[in-house]
Design a binder for this molecule. Structure first.
Ligand SMILES: Nc1ncnc2c1ncn2[C@@H]1O[C@H](COP(=O)(O)OP(=O)(O)OP(=O)(O)O)[C@@H](O)[C@H]1O
Ligand SMILES: [Mg+2]
Length: 238
C-alpha cells in the first residue's frame, strides 16, 4: 500500500506556481480558438481526404492540449491553496454520473464495467466538480490500462466515519519500482507509455490533491500484469 506525504511548498515554488498558473490561463483562449477554427474547417464536406486527415490530427492534438491545460490549472489551484467552498455532496449521485459517462467508453474498449456493491453513503463535505473529477480519473485509468476483455469493478462502502470508493482493474498493473513515483506530476510508467500515448501523467496528481483537500486520501495496491486497485477515502459529513 503506497502513501507518501506531498512535498512541502516553499516561497520560491509558490512564485513559480503563480507564474505557471498565469501562463496556462493565458494559453487557454488561443488553444480554444485553434480548436474552434479546426472544427469549422472540418465541417466542410468538400475537404480533400488527405487534408481532412491532417486537420483531424491537429484537432486531436489541440483537444489534448486543452485538457492538459485544464489539468495543470486544477493542480495549480489545488496546490496554491485558495479555499474551495465545501458543500455536502451526495457521493452515490456522483458515482452514478461517472458510471453513466464511462459505460460507453468501457464498451468501446471491450472492458466489462461492473458496479457494486455500492452502499447508500452519507454525504461528504467537498466540491462536487472536484470529487467527480477524482473518480473520473480513477475510472478512466482503470479502463485505459485494461486489456481487451478486462474487468473494472467500482465499489463503495461506509465504515467508522469514512467512506471509501474503490476502483479495481485486471489490467497491466504497476511494477514495484514505479509505485513510489505514481503520484508525481507527469510520471507515466513505461508499460503505460507502450500501451497508449494518450495521457500526460497529471490525473493521479490531481486525485491526490483533491483527496487531501477534502481531508481524505488515496492508496493503491498493484501487481504488474495482474491489475490495480485504487481506494479513495473521504471523511463523511458529521
Ligand atoms: N489503473 C492503472 N493501471 C496501471 N497503471 C496505472 C493505472 N493508473 C495509473 N497508472 C499509471 O500511473 C501513471 C499516472 O497516471 P495518471 O492518471 O496521472 O496519468 P495518465 O493516465 O498517464 O494521463 P492523464 O493525465 O491523462 O490521466 C499512468 O501513466 C500509468 O503509468
Ligand atoms: Mg489518467
Amino acid at each position: 500500500m503506497h502513501k507518501r506525504p506531498l512535498p512541502a511548498f516553499d516561497k520560491h515554488s509558490d512564485q513559480k506556481t503563480e507564474f505557471f498558473m498565469a501562463a496556462s490561463h493565458q494559453l487557454k483562449s488561443p488553444v480554444a480558438i485553434v480548436q474552434w477554427c479546426l472544427q469549422s474547417v472540418l465541417e466542410d464536406s468538400a475537404l480533400d481526404p488527405a487534408n481532412r486527415k491532417m486537420l483531424s490530427r491537429a484537432l486531436a492534438q489541440s483537444n489534448a492540449m486543452s485538457s492538459l491545460l485544464s489539468d495543470m490549472l486544477n493542480v495549480f489551484r489545488l496546490m496554491h491553496g485558495s479555499e474551495t467552498a465545501l458543500v455536502p455532496v451526495d457521493v452515490n449521485h456522483v458515482l452514478d454520473q461517472v458510471v453513466e459517462l464511462y459505460k460507453p467508453v468501457a464498451e468501446r474498449q471491450h472492458v466489462r464495467l461492473m458496479v457494486g456493491p455500492i452502499e447508500t453513503l452519507p454525504h461528504v463535505l467537498a466540491d462536487d466538480a472536484y470529487l467527480k473529477q477524482a473518480i473520473i480519473n480513477l475510472v478512466d485509468n482503470a479502463i485505459k490500462y485494461s486489456n481487451e476483455k478486462g474487468k473494472v469493478q467500482i465499489e463503495a462502502a461506509y465504515a467508522k466515519g469514512r467512506i471509501s470508493i474503490s476502483v479495481a482493474d485486471s489490467g497491466i498493473g504497476i511494477a514495484d519500482v514505479d509505485q513510489g513515483r505514481l503520484f508525481k506530476e507527469f510520471f507515466r510508467t513505461e508499460v503505460a507509455r507502450e500501451k497508449t500515448h494518450d495521457g500526460t501523467g497529471l490525473g493521479l496528481t490531481l486525485v491526490r490533491h483533491i483527496a487531501e483537500r477534502f481531508g481524505g486520501d488515496i492508496t493503491f495496491t498493484s501487481e504488474l500484469g495482474k491489475g490495480t486497485t485504487f481506494v479513495l477515502t473521504l471523511p463523511a459529513q458529521k
